[in-house]
Structure formats: C-alpha cells, structure tokens
Design a protein. Structure first.
Length: 459
C-alpha cells in the first residue's frame, strides 16, 4: 500500500516487513494524546496565519470527530499506516478530504511522538501520585489502631528489639512519601513541550511554540530542538521512580508473605486477596502479595531495556526509540494495578495482635534493655554487653528466657541488678521507653502519625 511518505519510493515493503516496523499495535494507546496535540498544533497554525481560518476549522472539526470516536473505541487502525500519527492523519484525510494533509505543516512525527508521550505520562504520573496517597492514608489508619501493638523487630531476620507495629507500618509510610515526592518532582520535567522542534532543527514556518505549550497545559518548552526530539530521559526517570516504588512494595509484600505463614501467623490476608490450592484443600495463599513482588521484576526490566536502547543512539531521533513505548505502557499498568491491589490488601488484612505480642515474650530481644540498665548505672556499655551476653547463654543452657531467671543469678553477674530489672525486661515497657526522636516509643509514634497526617493534608 502507498505510504503517506511514499513519494521518493518506487517499491513498497511486503506486509511482514511493515509489521515489523509498525508501532500501531501498541502506540494506539496514545490516540487521545495524539489528537489533542494535533488540535493544539492546528489551532496555533491558524493563530499564526500559517493556515487559513477556514482550513483550521475543517481540520479541528475532523479531529474532534476522531477524538469522539477514539473515546468510544470506534477507530480502526491499520498496520499499513505504521503508527498512531500516520493512522490519525490518514483518517483525518478520509474524514475531511485533502485539506487534512495540511495538519502536518511545520511539524514532524518526531516532535509529535515526544509530545504525545509527555502528555500521556503527565496524566498517568498524576494518577500514580494519587494512588500512592491513598495507600499512605490506609497505612496511617492502620497505624493509628496499632500504636500499642508490639511485634518483634528484626535485623538479619533475627529477633532484634521489640517495636510498635504502628512504627513498622509507618516506616513504609515514609518510603512511599519519598516515592510520591520523586514522582511529583519528575512532573517538572515531564510537563515541558517538545512540540515545534520539528524533525530536529525547528521549522521555517513562523510557529508559536509558547502558544501550543500553553494550549496543552505545559509549564514551558524544551530549549533546544535537537534535545526536544532526542530526549527519553523523562521516561527513564519515570521507569526509575517506578522501580524504586515497586522495590518498596515488594519488600512490604515479602513481609506480608512471611507474616501470613504458619510460622509467623502475624497477619491474615482477607479472603478477597488470597487464593486456594487446586489440590490442597487447607491452603490459603497470599498470591496477590507474591504477584506484586514478582511484577517488580518486569518494571526493573523495563528500566534496563530503555537505558540500554538509549545508550548508543546518536542525536537526534532514531527508530530505536520506538522501543520506548511498550515498557512505559507496561509499567504504568503494572504500577497502577499493584498500588490498587496493595492498598486493598492492607486495608482488609487481619492483624493478629495477640500472636504478635506473644512472640515478643518468647525471645531474647529484651537483652539490650539489660545492657542499657547497667550502662545507665555507670557500667561501660561494652562491659554491660559482655555481662548480659553471658546471662543469655545461661538462659539458653537452662532453656528459659531472661524474665524467668531469678534475681540471685542476676546479682551474681552484677551487684547493680535490682528487682526493677523485671519491669525493664517487659517488652511493652521496652518499646514504650524508646522516645528518642523518630523512635518506637508510643509518644514518638503518635507524634509521627500526627506529622504524617499533616503531610497528607498539605499535599
Ligand atoms: N512510531 C515512531 C516512534 O514511536 C514515531 C516517530 C517516527 N519518526 C520517524 N522519523 N520515523 O518512535
């Protein structure tokens, strides 16, 4: 079939070659952005006297018809027209006649595709920012209920020191807060207009780039026409921010999976976010959490794919860059889906506070309390550590915990131990006493929740 750019060609490619080169199977996702970009472009062509008022009106009305059809998914795309830009141009010409061919005056697909993707990402990133905020809101609500629920805190996945469950949840709140900041910050770069850069060198037509930028709601425009059509770092940044977000979600999922196990039993996923086994009737698997953890891999993959695509491409546009799209679409879908599922999972999960609290009493994670006890009475911490280490060993040999060891044994280890050590050994007390700034003490945790709520109210 004759191509819209077919003038200098004497032969046409076979269908299977066209198929390899075409992006329409996936860039049709950009249809609305593409038409909106074209409406702004043709409006500007009219304002600048480059096209007559009459032509502009015809083109605008044709584009609006296509936009309506696009929204109702009534457009039929064809591989023969390669990509979304040429498909729309062809449809426009079919709709309003040869005047449709004037739309592409002073423009190239290179600035056009870049514009489409900036518009696309602006919308999706704003949606993602809102979804992160919803997740943070749910986290704060959960945290408020569990300030005084205590759980073992871990390092190296070994019991370390007991902490407030709310404090643990709020650790993720702040990770997501940084994610939200990163996405918000990236909007500054996403919201710049490449339109009017032409193929790479600008155009001889007296266009007004400022006007198209304003019509499309951009905050400004690319300074350099070559950069405008060559830049894909706004997408790489999106993929990178998405990878970091997914990494946070994935770590949280890993904990939920562990906590749902028979060994922990700290939480139970709601039935609506778990699945059964086709063979083992007793099973209830935290599939959704596993799947988010798994999907993190594809987002990392998308980031690395695009970094690799771009690393060897000379300025300006190269067809390699068509490879920027599928990973971007896939990441938007993956991140959006993961956030929604994850928020639902957290909101509905059952927290087994009794099991958590019981766990804090069946370990040596209160050993630091004893070392601190001696250190507070003037024993150099290093010596205190040694003394308590020996006491732990004694307990292990006797098969008991520190709270079960009689005072006489403590006295033997150090005269400074008094009856009040048993209160210090209580995990609840141990948690509540840690009120250094940002610590797990209940007063600090409540303060942190207050700050978090304020942050959510502000932005
Ligand atoms: N489908 C192309 C892409 O996604 C659009 C830009 C094509 N430009 C060109 N000069 N071939 O990158």
């Amino acid at each position: 079939m004759k191509k819209l750019w077919g003038g200098r060609f004497t032969k046409t490619a076979e269908e299977w070659v066209d198929e390899f080169g075409a992006s329409i199977p996936f860039d049709k996702e950009l249809v609305e952005e593409d038409i909106e970009g074209s409406i702004a472009h043709v409006t500007m062509l009219g304002e600048c006297g480059i096209l007559s008022k009459e032509d502009v009106e015809k083109i605008q009305s044709g584009l609006l018809i296509l936009l309506e059809k696009a929204k109702k998914q009534q457009l039929e795309f064809s591989i023969a027209y390669e990509d979304i830009h040429l498909n729309i141009e062809k449809m426009l010409i079919d709709e309003i006649g040869p005047v449709g061919g004037k739309l592409h005056t002073g423009r190239s697909r290179n600035d056009q595709v870049a514009t489409d993707m900036h518009l696309y990402l602006r919308k999706r990133v704003n949606e993602i920012i809102e979804l992160i905020k919803e997740l943070q809101t749910v986290l704060v609500e959960k945290a408020e209920k569990h300030v005084e629920t205590i759980i073992p805190g871990y390092t190296h996945l070994q019991r370390a020191q007991p902490v407030s469950f709310a404090h643990h949840l709020m650790a993720y709140f702040w990770m997501f807060e940084r994610d939200r900041e990163r996405f918000t910050e990236s909007l500054k770069r996403i919201n710049k207009s490449p339109l009017g850069a032409g193929a790479l060198a600008g155009t001889t037509f007296p266009i007004d780039r400022q006007l198209t930028a304003e019509l499309l709601g951009f905050d400004g425009m690319y300074e350099n026409s070559i950069d405008a059509v060559s830049d894909r770092d706004f997408i790489i940044e999106f993929l990178s921010n998405s990878s970091i977000l997914m990494m946070h979600l994935s770590r949280f999922c890993e904990e939920l999976i562990l906590w749902s196990s028979q060994e922990f039993q700290f939480v139970e996923m709601d039935d609506t976010f778990a699945t059964g086994s086709s063979i083992m009737p007793q099973k209830k698997n935290p599939d959704m959490a596993e799947l988010i953890r798994g999907k993190t891999g594809r987002v990392y993959g998308n980031l690395f794919a695009l970094l690799t695509v771009m690393k060897g491409t000379p300025l300006a546009y190269n067809k390699d860059m068509q490879e920027d799209k599928e990973g971007m679409f896939d990441t938007v879908k993956t991140v959006t889906g993961s956030l929604k599922i994850f928020t639902g999972m957290i909101a509905t999960m059952k927290v087994n506070t009794a099991v958590m609290e019981k766990a804090t009493k069946q370990d040596f994670s209160n050993a630091t309390e004893l070392a601190d006890y001696l250190a507070a009475k003037g024993v150099p911490f290093r010596e205190a550590h040694e003394i308590v280490g020996k006491l732990v060993l004694t307990c292990i040999e006797k098969g008991i915990f520190l709270a079960d060891l009689p005072l006489t044994d403590y006295k033997e280890a150090s005269e400074l131990f008094e009856e009040d050590i048993y209160e210090a050994l209580n995990p609840y007390t141990a948690v509540n006493r840690r009120n250094s700034a940002g610590g797990t003490g209940f007063t600090e945790v409540k303060k942190a929740i207050g700050k978090a709520k304020k942050r959510l109210d502000e932005k």
